[in-house]
Design a binder for this molecule. Sequence first.
Ligand code: GLA
Length: 732
Amino acid sequence: MRRALLFGVALLAPALPAEARVTAAPGARVFRLDGNGVTYALGVDDKGYLRPIHWGGPLADGDPLVPPIVIEPSSFDPQPTVTAQEFPGQGEGLVTEPGVKVAFADGNRDLVLKYRSHRVDGETLTVELADIARPLFVTLRYTMDPYTGVLARSATIRNGGKRPVRVDQLAAAVFTLPSGDDYRLSYLTGRHAAEWTLKEVSVTPALTAIESRRGLTGHGNNPWFAIGRAGRTAEESGPVWFGAFAWSGSFRISVAQDVVGRVRVAAGYNPYDFAWALKPGETLDTPVVYAGYSDHGMGGASRSFHAFQLTHILPDHARGRLRPVLYNSWEATAFDVTEAGQMALADKAAAIGAERFVVDDGWFGARDSDRAGLGDWTVNPRKFPHGLKPLIDKVKALGMDFGLWVEPESVNPDSDLYRQHPDWVIAFPGRPRTEARNQLVLNLARADVRTHVLGWLDRLVSENDIAFLKWDVNRRWTEPGWAGKSPGDQQRLYVDYVRNLYAVLDELRRRHPALEIEGCAGGGGRVDLGMMARVDQVWTSDNTDPSDRLAIQDGFTHAYAPAVMMAWVTDSPNWANTRVTSLDYRFLSAMQGGLGIGANLLKWQAEDVVTARKWVAAYKTIRSTIQRGQLYRLVSPDASASTSATMYVAPDQRQAVLFQMLHSSMWRDNPGAILPLGLAAERRYSVRMLGGGALPAGVPAVASGAWWMTQGLRSPLKGDFVGAAFVFEATP
Ligand code: GLA
């Protein structure tokens, strides 16, 4: 990981003398973190409470940094309930969301946290809080990335007493924004095959909870938020506060206005069904919430966050290596996987330029449908009589690397694994259990299950020349019981499961440093920064319709980098909605992320192969710009019923690609020019059509960045479901 530079984090105390900026009462302590035009400041007031001071654009040196004045509107809203705390304990009449809520063994549930100490280690500020009377401690950590201004925050609670304490709620961070009635919250929601729908609601005193209660991140709500201001925030302008919780289990991000109109955001473990028995001397850590600020609208926010993810979140490979063009056989064969069939597909995939060949579900156990076999991770001898080696050898001889689908966390009741270990599943003993897709969830929180899962994965990768795993999970939790666990520790499941998932992924990667992994959960059901730190790419959605995908991809990129967003070209009509589209359109949609092909190549005509080969080759000339560049959502598919446009600009601004996609046109339409963004104004750029072909009439072959960005490009498109991509190259 690239280390943040020391000068990027200006901590008032003690990196600079605290007095230099403190304008509060003598003895007050104020902390300030600065990075890339973002300032975050907090301080201790004269009563010892830790108060938020500022989060937003940069403050000037010497600006007064004082914890906000206490106001008491009425006897119904006493001081602690109206003055924002940086991380409030549930006590003293607090009525906003707490950072932490506990129950002591004697039944006392009053927790009042005050400043105890702080430390600065390199770029990290640590502040310790303690209850006013009992030995319960909360440690808050803050690290700001100097290049993007993204702040990493997390918390740890420690029981310093002699009796257990039950933790009922624990956030990684609580944020406070200034008062205002014009805040708008954007979040991402959806369902299977319809993920990544961007919604926007007003922030009001009615609490909005973006959450998962499902045990995994889920398709429903993604752990990401962005808050702008009505009338001021647009795609490329205005303030945006944003963040994402790096956790792959149940989570909650709550947003509400408090009684004096300030916006409070709390992100952490979901308090729904949460309880953690914190024994004497024990600690409980939260995952990290990453939060940023931009003055350049939703586009500026996502570009800043993408850059941060590329630099700090993605594992080494994904940082160092562009995503190979992959072929995956799922939509072509479903469970009907055979050595001969896969070999035939591999020949075709190599011929169009694929670099990775992935065998999906169906290669193992008695897996002829979704009713059996999950859990039995041995190669099916009927389908692969000689094991996987002949196929892998062939794939490698064709110049591709080899990948395999796995679903390590699930089991079909009709499997040898389940017959041997019926107690390994998540369920309440003696109660009915829900099956979904005929499967149950293995209790990965158990040490024996973790050891088993790591063991077979390690053997599979060690014994076969496997470069890539698609790691899937195809159901959420129901009946979240942990057989054999004491009643007080049952709900540790929510935390221990995800920790063990991470431990297995981390250890597998450690043992196989060249292995790449794709995160998948019935499409995009488990995409979050916790997974993204452990996988090289994610499967965005099972919906592969190229037009639906434009909206899905638009939503996805509000939170996460196109560098990890996989998109396949599949057959037409599409399985999801029976829509018929041209192969050109399908490629132009899919190449706006990591390109894959999932069609049944054995049914393609010769001209399809020629078309596909052309687009795969064209993609390779721009993929570095797509995967490493800055993304501008010029016209969102949701903003216009007909045209959408996205633009990717290479970090050095030498190449840029502008995609225009037309959903449908009417004769009366008179589309305006689309204005590129992000080019270097003074540089001269030539322009060409990706994939060849003549430029539309009236488009000059060369002009300055300023010219392109003011004159724009009029869409050459006519018809339904058509697209085009313009490639800008800086002239020497
Ligand atoms: C999930 C995935 C698909 C495919 C199937 C296989 O639905 O999202 O891409 O791998 O499982 O069963």
